[in-house]
Design a protein around this ligand. Structure first.
Ligand code: ADP
Ligand code: MG
Length: 465
């Protein structure tokens, strides 16, 4: 198997030895079975870079040799050597061919091992992403409550500690980052503390196999007795899993009674969780529910700067602003765009200046980016119905205004995946039930009423689909 892998990467090694050595020295080949290639990377940045730039070729070569479609299963292993660190047992890599990597030393993004970036989480805790520490988290109005609450849960804040802390919000907005930051912080302040980090998905799987293997005692020991801090990611994934919910309910009670901190994340508010037992929802609301929202432009710019600094990228300020303007709704995508930019610059031996960033972004972004803000939707709706934004966002109950408002609320829910409380805040501080009602109403009218359908079609055309 190893030979197959070696053969598949031989071509890459020959093509760009410098680059190859830099990146592949930190990739570990773990096996290749049934078309699944198992690889380990030191961190997510290395993984993404290698994935994006080298693996298409490797995949293709493996496919040619085996006739199978190749899947790649990555895992992250912070203990692997960092890509920039030369390996002592090997001669230094040959100088890179001039045409392939002219400015590699200056512009290649050396994926910084956390050790290089100042604040280091010590010691490493299994299951925690080493980059997700408080020091790397940019605080803005969109996330300051969640951040303060996370600090408090970590025993570092001035805010009172809430149990549980329930962090919720859309995808890619920093929930997992905060969750892990709590773990790092407590882990280094109190090394003896037993921290359990688990996704709801993994909890479910462990639970199922514990039942199958008659290992429920061990399972309960792990989650109830030998756990001082439970960090559970993505609890919305417990939806519809009754038995797991039941088990988790008891886990929760045991920990809570013993005054052990519980931190949960979810992509929606507790009361919006589907197929989740009422008693769990109630418990999720016992402590503090803190949401993360889409960050404002200034925060997004600060995030891009922070990431560039962490990845030791030389990035012009205008480029940070350009990126933050182009990608508005999801920090993960923002990061992805930065990494793509860095990768392309590195391959082409270019500096990441405004001109370069524009050209890369222009080809990467869809011609009409989907509107990412409530304002965009409100504007389009007002335009269509010939109203002012202040009408639609305000309290006017006149029929035509109310209808436009309902349409705007519906479209925000549909396209921006806004939560009901969030919508309530935007639209004249309504409570979430009336907002929910508006969404349901337009949903029904869309089916039943041709006039409503044509309104919606027209507005959606304006917004671009
Ligand atoms: P979620 O769990 O909400 O889907 P993540 O925590 O995985 O999102 O965040 C996605 C990416 O965006 C991560 O790499 C994270 O470090 C980054 N990120 C999100 N919010 C921030 C922030 N405020 N400051 C710095 N990085 C952030
Ligand atoms: Mg997450």
């Amino acid at each position: 198997m190893h030979q197959l892998w070696e053969a598949a990467i031989a071509e890459l090694r020959a093509k760009a030895p410098g680059s190859f050595e830099r990146w592949f020295s930190s990739i570990q080949f773990d096996g290749f079975t049934d078309g699944v290639l198992q690889l380990r990377a030191q961190n997510a940045f290395v993984r993404d870079f290698v994935n994006e730039h080298f693996l298409a070729l490797v995949r293709e070569r493996l496919r040619e040799r085996t006739g199978m479609t190749i899947e790649i299963a990555w895992s992250i292993d912070p203990v692997l050597p960092s890509p920039v660190a030369p390996r002592p047992s090997q001669p230094p890599p040959p100088p890179p061919p001039a045409e392939a990597e002219p400015a590699a030393a200056a512009t290649a993004p050396p994926p910084a091992a956390p050790a290089l970036v100042g604040v280091v989480p010590t010691p490493r805790i299994e299951g925690l992403n080493p980059k997700y520490i408080f020091a790397n988290f940019v605080v803005g109005t969109s996330n300051e409550l969640a951040h303060a609450a996370a600090l408090a849960a970590a025993g570092a804040g001035s805010v009172r500690r809430y149990n549980p802390l329930f962090i919720c919000g859309g995808t890619g907005l920093g929930k997992t980052h905060l969750l892990h930051a709590i773990g790092h912080h407590i882990g280094s302040a109190r090394p003896g503390l037993r921290i359990v980090v688990v996704s709801a998905e993994a909890f479910t799987n462990e639970f199922i196999s514990a039942i199958a293997n008659k290992e429920m005692d061990q399972f309960r020991t792990r989650y109830r007795t030998q756990c001082d801090l439970l960090l559970m990611d993505d609890v919305h994934n417990l939806a519809g899993r009754e038995q797991t919910q039941e088990e988790f309910f008891h886990t929760f009670n045991a920990l809570h009674q013993a005054d052990k901190q519980i931190v949960l994340t979810s992509d929606r508010y507790p009361h919006e969780l589907e197929r989740c037992t009422e008693r769990l929802v109630t418990r999720f609301q016992w402590g503090l529910v803190a949401d993360v929202q889409v960050p404002q432009l200034e925060t997004r710019v600060a995030i891009v700067r922070k990431k560039a600094q962490l990845e030791q990228l030389d990035l012009d300020d205008e480029v940070a602003v350009l990126l933050a303007q182009a990608i508005r709704s999801n920090v993960r995508e923002l990061e992805g765009a930065l990494i793509r930019l860095a990768a392309q610059a590195s391959i082409l031996g270019r500096r990441i200046d405004l001109e370069f960033a524009r050209s890369v972004l222009a080809s990467a972004l869809p011609p009409r980016a989907t509107p990412a803000s409530v304002e965009d939707v409100v504007k389009a709706v007002c335009n269509h119905f010939n109203l002012r934004s202040s009408d639609v966002l305000g309290k006017d109950r006149h029929r035509s205004v109310a209808q436009a408002r309902h349409v705007a609320i519906y479209l925000c829910r549909q396209r921006l995946k806004c939560s009901y409380p969030e919508l309530g805040r935007h639209f004249g501080h309504r409570d979430h039930t009336s907002v929910m009602h508006a969404v349901k109403k337009v949903e029904a009218l869309r089916v039943a009423d041709p006039e409503m359908r044509s309104h919606l079609d027209a507005i959606e055309r304006k917004l671009g689909s």
